[in-house]
Design a protein around this ligand. Sequence first.
Ligand code: NAD
Length: 477
Amino acid sequence: MTAATPELLNRIDNVSVPALAGATLDIRSPATGTLVARAPRSSADDVARAATAARKAFLTWSTTPAPVRGEYLFKAAANLVARKEEIARVMAEEMGKRLEEARGDIQEAIDTAYYAGSEGRRLFGRTAPSELKHKMGFTLRRPIGTVGVITAWNFPVAVPSWKILPALVCGNTIVWKPAEEAPRSGHLFAETLWDAGLPAGVLNVVHGYGEEVGAAIVAHPEIAVLTFTGSTNVGRMIAETAGRMLKHVSLEMGGKNPVIVMPDADIDLALDGILWGAFGTAGQRCTATSRVIAVGDVGERLLPRLVERAKALRLGDPLDPAVEVGPVVSERQRQRIHGYVETARHEGGAVLCGGAIPTDGPLARGWFYPPTLVDQVRPGSTLAMEEVFGPVLAVLRAGSFDEAVRIANEVPYGLSSSIYTRDVNAALRAVESIEAGITYVNAPTIGAEAHFPFGGVKATGNGHREGGWEPYEFFTE
Ligand code: NAD
């Protein structure tokens, strides 16, 4: 560690404090293994302090007029604009996303801050005539209390912004545990809100591990609402506790996103969409393309070019603008990814490119895994069904549109999906019949816009949405 290595602190009631037990955890760059930050390793006691601060702050924050609450978000948006480059570098360094992708992550938070800030003037209720003479009825939205926010590392700013900003403008207070792999990006995002003048106790950040801090947030009796993004296994555990304690809970979890390519598709367009959908952010997006379902003879035209382009992608330091694919987040994750490729080989898959851990040169210093294409993946096999969360793309074949949709729907997940076709009927039938929260036509599975609802069906979500207007329903009663 150098003298300049940042030491993060928790922030509770607008005071920066170490974990009560004094423990810390080291954050290392996945590209080089160097120490890039140290964060508090907090415990249930730190969460309890934060929950107390949040409960106290709720009294005044919940009665602050919503348009005034929105003003804080506009200031935070301006702070984010001013610090975008700084935060993007930190993000690239600590979790390995390329600079350009990190800028996009922060831009999503900027867009969300402007959108959410203006919702302060639109927390509409409804009015209706009553059955009673000379009476009318109306509804209004009230904040719920303290919201516990638990987020994954892969979008360390955008995803938290989808939760924190609507929750705040609705008048709730927050205890947030950023992902332990990317605490500094999260902390800097929170700083843009504190610097906007947010009153003490409204947004509290407690760093640490999921099993320690996350679980304590979930179980804390005074945290009434939980909003989580992460794996389906952890989401299920959170929902169990939340169910027992009658907490409101919103879950955004894993995906296994398909792209159907029809024989009449624009192949150049499909190639670009699949390449960036599968290998952008080294495949570590919840919306990453992880299955291509090639219909009819299109595979013969698509695959040789896809392999050629995947092989040509430049792996390396995410801070280098010439690099196209950065590292995966950890050695553990890399071993998991490689395990999936090995299993696919045993189950009859043909690895067309990638599929080996780099062992020399600068790539050997970090957690790199090459873009990998596996053909001949059978429906129902491990690689066809399970989320890999890395740069591995499974290719499945279908004889018809109907068969392609059946394959698309056979997985437990349902986040994003896409179809490449020039046939408007096939496009609309895909939108109607693919079991996913999002279906793109002639565009990749990745991406989100602040004003559209985002989220999945089946094992990806529990019916709530982020983005768009839907979160304002979730964060109010
Ligand atoms: P993860 O579930 O391991 O961790 C997510 C968060 O939960 C982290 O902050 C972690 O510390 C915390 N956590 C872990 N165990 C916990 C526990 N027992 N109690 C409470 N909190 C706990 O997920 P991950 O591997 O870090 O992230 C990748 C996953 O996130 C993938 O499955 C991906 O698809 C998913 N994801 C989904 C979306 C979406 O919008 N659907 C977006 C991004 C990521």
